[in-house]
Design a protein around this ligand. Sequence first.
Ligand code: 2PG
Ligand code: MG
Length: 420
Amino acid sequence: MGFTVTGVKAVEILDSRSRPTLAVTVTLGDGTVARAGVPSGASTGSQEAVELRDGDPKRFGGSGVLGAVGNVNGEIAEALRGRTFTDLDELDHTLIDLDGTDNKSRLGANAVVGVSMAAARGLAIAAGLPLWQTLNPTDVTPRLPVPHFNVVNGGVHAPNDLDFQEFMVAPLGAPTMAEAVRAGAEVYAALRSLLMGKGLATGLGDEGGFAPQIGQPEEVLGLLVQAIESAGYRPGRDGVAIALDPAASEFYRDGAYQVAGETLSSDDMITRYEELVAAFPVWSLEDGLAEGDWDGNVRLTERLADRIQLVGDDNLVTNPAIIAKAIALGADTAALIKVNQIGTVTETLEAMAVCRAAGWAQMVSHRSGETEDTFIADLAVGSGCGQLKSGAPARGERVAKYNRLVEIETAESLPFGLAG
Ligand code: 2PG
Ligand code: MG
């Protein structure tokens, strides 16, 4: 058993924001060739595994990744080529040891994660199995996740005045993946008509959601409810609910939150969220408070966990040890899962296992800078986590993930919806 790596190769390609990233190809002894595209975030947590950028101002304003490409084609290829591994775990730990740092800053998390994802895909191809099946822990039921469509973009993902980064619609009440995707697309279309009717811009932000010139989050929430209704769905958990990712670290300055011209304390923010949750069908809140505001996050969880899901992203960074700390503290009730935040597929699966053991939910996530790679769709299905966010139901790199989920549903009869 096991598998032999015969080749590893990276090239510099463009991501959806026109910034350089890596495409990595891994070749196996049986002739299998597998490729992976590496995503890249904009609102990043400070503890994320380190993305290596060249910093050469003469290329792409310093954001080139030729150094990371060189690390794959040089050191990593030399270490893996001709070697036989028992499983992905062994290959990933070889990469972790080769890098030698605790945040993949030497070889670059973008280099390491590309190799890990391509190898994982290669193992599935070699075994003649869909990728999700090889990512499925034996004690977990695979399921099709509820898609969370980011239909209004703000924060660092759009050039408007909106401080909250993501306003998502989640068809929790849909019976199937295909119907959930249809609901997302229909609400998106209804929202476009509403915005046009109000003379608001329908240009798109980084994740394919509209980026209208609106300042108050409550105004956007009102429009979302209208769009859900005019598309013929019931706003709420038995129809189409709303999920928010304010990405609060981005508007946290000098110990306070700056929202639409107001300066708010952690407790003011919590009160604001309580009001939002009472007035609108919000079912999930991610990064409602900033990364370093642990006390605030514990109080937010105490005050809202009986009503909504509280997802940690910037503060948890898909890191099993940090997630364990948050579980012990009682901050958040769910983790956002991004493979490139931690840097290998194996550690990502570990982070998800830590969540499951504590009864925490997980939402698999894209990055604001994406490629056409659909790895996260299979990861969401195999992990059985029941939730995925991949941006709007628009733009090829976002839609590719949703389309992959519909394809999986067509091929296999799997349950759809939230886990547990
Ligand atoms: C987030 C992500 C993805 P980014 O904050 O959840 O939506 O954004 O990739 O820019 O970190
Ligand atoms: Mg986030």
